[in-house]
Design a protein around this ligand. Structure first.
Ligand SMILES: Nc1ncnc2c1ncn2[C@@H]1O[C@H](COP(=O)(O)OP(=O)(O)OP(=O)(O)O)[C@@H](O)[C@H]1O
Length: 217
């Protein structure tokens, strides 16, 4: 198995408090991980740091054979890594437009984007909501749109922050059912979560943040 992203010396402080100090983290290609840890352990912060949404104190990464600093955040990682927030923020336009947005922003033509978005809406079970304003969606529907929006970008690494938090019943099950097929195209995924069913998914690798250190389980 080849290493997709190697992270060296990832340290994060808030004032005097060291939230985490991770000597080495290797994320393999085409592999799924869950990241567990108690409330406040720093799971979201770790994912946000890898996505370039938070600054780390000092860190270098190896990506595609290149050694890069994590700050300023390299363009190569911005394209390769996608972060899905626990409470996804969406434009008040339509489901279709929200899923298409990232591809259009990359410069893809409307003509090439349309079938990709249609396929993603079908995958996520939201095709019937195509023209709906996301403000009108339930939490589960919003999370499925967020996963579709991330999937069309074909990230090499997808970071999910508690994808099933605040969901229960069928909404949670529908989101869970999508997780194994997120990896269709050979990407890797790291999910911060407390959800025992996600943690127990077959073949998933386990990482745990405990007292600022990362444990491989
Ligand atoms: N800007 C900040 N300044 C100081 N402390 C912060 C700041 N941002 C986050 N923290 C603290 O860092 C800690 C880690 O937060 P984080 O959200 O990463 O944890 P988590 O493991 O994802 O928790 P949960 O499981 O509850 O979502 C928390 O104690 C939080 O209060």
């Amino acid at each position: 198995m080849s290493v997709l992203l190697g992270v060296h010396g990832l340290r994060k402080r808030h004032g005097e408090r060291t939230l985490f100090d991770i000597g080495q983290l290797s994320i393999e290609a085409a592999t799924a991980y869950v990241l567990t840890g108690v409330n406040g352990a720093g799971k979201s912060t770790l994912l946000r740091t890898l996505a370039g949404l938070e600054r780390c104190d000092s860190c270098t990464v190896e990506f595609d054979g290149q050694r890069l600093p994590l700050h300023p955040y390299p363009k190569a990682l911005r394209r390769a890594i996608v972060f899905v927030h626990q409470h996804p923020i969406m434009f008040s336009t339509s489901v279709f437009h929200n899923i298409a947005y990232g591809l259009l922003a990359r410069g893809d033509s409307s003509r090439s984007v349309a079938p990709v978005v249609e396929e993603a809406m079908a995958w996520a079970g939201v095709a019937h909501l195509r023209d709906t304003d996301p403000a009108r969606l339930s939490g589960g529907e919003k999370q499925r749109v967020a996963l579709a929006r991330a999937r069309v970008l074909q990230p090499r690494l997808l970071l999910l922050d508690e994808p099933t938090a605040n969901l229960d019943g069928p909404a949670r099950e529908q989101v869970m059912a999508l997780i194994p097929t997120l990896l269709d195209r050979g990407g890797s995924v790291v999910m911060a979560c407390h959800d025992r069913d996600l943690i127990g998914l077959p073949g998933i690798h386990r990482l745990k943040l405990r007292d600022g250190r990362l444990e491989y389980r």
